[in-house]
Design a protein around this ligand. Structure first.
Ligand code: NAD
Length: 246
């Protein structure tokens, strides 16, 4: 089977990733819904997309695993003929103050959030170069732009994503491939649900627009960056954060 445009969205079984998958599918893109945790959730996102008339399949792969990412991308190219859009969305938090942060918590967050993005870009770039086209969209965070107390590991990984984005953008630009980052602010998902009420209130107080964002806010930005309309934008970090970072 071959589709006109094929996207891989990592960590797309729930939250921001699942909304990006639905939105790209709405725009006519065949979506590979990557998951690591729950196959059921990823299957149901893909099923929902197909029920709405779009194309999608789920694919299990831990993005922190270099070889598993190679296999995933190889299979996508074999089965669907191409990859046009790569969205590195998979991410985890393991928050703690720096003086108490364990080495394991630092390594785990960097392995998924930063190395995971390297792994997929590394293996998909050959395909993008051959096609002489491609859109890479990396999900960073306002914590990577401005830092955040209690999130040294997470902020480092998300700041790393910005460096990766800009370097890849420079490397691949001559072949018509764009690479951009989105830095979400406070978006209501399972990830932010884990925060204490006090922490949530203190973040909300820093949002000039006065309210939290939705997964749709991020998904529509990703869909724009993936579209032809954004062909002249590369190496940028777009904060979708109600004005938190300005
Ligand atoms: P979420 O926890 O709901 O979703 C993250 C997804 O990533 C989950 O489906 C999880 O299973 C998947 N995942 C985790 N480790 C993985 C791995 N090794 N391989 C493959 N998949 C893996 O969180 P979310 O809020 O939807 O976050 C999505 C992205 O947006 C993350 O990168 C997060 O850091 C970023 N972000 C979120 C917010 C927010 O306020 N929610 C703010 C800034 C940035």
């Amino acid at each position: 089977m071959s589709a006109d445009r094929v996207a891989l969205v990592t960590g797309a079984g729930r939250g921001i990733g699942s909304e990006i998958a639905r939105t790209l599918a709405r725009d006519g893109v065949f979506v590979v819904v990557n998951y690591n945790g729950s196959k059921e959730r990823a299957d149901s996102v893909a099923e929902e997309i197909r029920a709405a008339g779009g194309g999608a399949v789920s694919y299990g792969c831990d993005v922190s695993d270099f070889r598993a990412c190679e296999e995933m991308i190889k299979e996508i190219i074999e089965k669907y003929g191409r990859i046009d859009i790569l969205v590195n969305n998979a991410g985890i938090t393991k928050d703690g103050l720096i003086m108490k942060m364990s080495e394991a918590d630092f390594d785990a967050v960097l392995a998924t959030n930063l190395k995971g993005a390297f792994n997929t870009v590394r293996h998909a770039s050959r395909c993008f170069l051959k096609q002489r086209s491609g859109r890479i969209i990396n999900i960073s965070s306002v914590s990577g732009v401005a830092g955040n107390a209690g999130q040294a590991n997470y902020s480092a990984s998300k700041a790393g994503i910005i460096g990766l984005t800009k370097s890849v953008a420079r490397e691949l630009a001559s072949r018509g491939i764009t690479c951009n980052a989105i830095a979400p602010g406070f978006i209501e998902t399972d990830m932010t649900e884990a925060m204490t009420e006090t922490a949530k209130e203190s973040v909300k107080a820093q949002i000039p627009l006065g309210h939290t964002g939705s997964t749709k806010d991020i998904a529509e930005t990703a869909a724009f960056l993936a579209s032809e309309k954004a062909g002249y934008i590369t190496g940028q970090v777009i904060c979708v954060d109600g004005g938190m970072c300005m």
